[in-house]
Design a protein around this ligand. Sequence first.
Ligand code: AMP
Length: 304
Amino acid sequence: MKSSILVVGSVALDSVKTPFGEVDNALGGSATYFSVAASFFSQVRIVAVVGNDFSEDYSAIFKRHNIDTKGLVQTDGKTFRWKGEYNHDLNEARTLETQLNVFKTFKPKIPASYRASEYVFLGNIDPELQLEVLRQIKHPRLVACDTMNFWINGKLEELKHTIGKVDILIINDGEARMLATEANLVQAAGKIRAMGPRILIVKRGEYGVLMFNEGSIFGAPAFPLKEVYDPTGAGDSFAGGFMGYLAQAKEITDETLRQSIIFGSVMASFNVEKFSLGGLSKLTRTDIDSRFKQFKNLTHFETL
Ligand code: AMP
C-alpha cells in the first residue's frame, strides 16, 4: 500500500512573468506543486482553501493525480492570488502582490480520515495555520516544513514556534540567512537546527541543494537544463519529490534521505521547464526514473 502524506499550503492563482513569457491566474500554490510532485510516489491528502472562482478544470488536475481533496475546502470569496516576476537571474522571485483572500479567515479542520497520516508537509503558508494543522494530527512519523521571507518578516515568533516542532525544515539560502541572521550558511544551519529541526535542507536554485543532518552534510547540484522557463514552484516540487520518495522508501536513513534529495531535484528540474503545472502534469514514472539515472552519472566519480 502507498504511504500517505498530508500537505497543508496554498492553492493559488498565480500571475507570473519571466524573461520567456507570462501567465495570468494559472494554477499554482505551495500545496499544489507539492501534491502533484509527490503523487508520483505516494498517496497525497491536501488541506487548503479555494474560493468560488476556482475552476473545475483545476480540480480535475488533482483528480487526475489521485490526490485526496477531502481537505480542500471551497468557500465564498476569492482564491489566494500571487503575482511575481523573475529577471534573467531566475534564482529569485520578486513578489509584486500577495492577496490572501480566502486564507485570511481559513481555520483548517482535518478530516477524520487524515488524522493518522504518518508523513506531514507544512507547505509555505501562515505559520499559525501550519501549527493548527499539526495539532490535529495524531502521531506523525515525520514532519517537514517550508516557509518564506514574507512570514520570516511578518510572523517571526509564530514561525519559530512552528519550526520548533518539525523534523525537517526546507528553505532557500536567502531565507536561511534571514532566519538565522547569519551570512555563513554552515553557521546558519547550526543556528537553525538549534531551533528544533533535526535536518535542515537549503535550496540554492540553480546551484542545487545542501542537506545538514546530524554530523553530515550532503550536497547535490541542480540538473543542468538547456531551457528554464519558469522557476515558480521549484521549491515545492522539490519538497514533493523529496517527501514522496521518502514516504515510499519507508525507512528513514541517511541513504534514503540522500536518494530523496535527488528525486526532489528531479521533480524540480521537470517543473521549471514549463509554466505553471505544465512541466509536471504529463510526466510518467519512467521519465522520472530515467532523469534520476542521469543525475547519478552527473555526480558519479571513482575514488583513488
Ligand atoms: P516556490 O516553490 O517557492 O517557487 O513557491 C511558489 C508558490 O508559492 C506560488 O505558486 C505561490 O502561489 C505560492 N506563494 C507565494 N507567496 C506565498 C505566501 N505568502 N503564502 C503562501 N503561498 C505563497
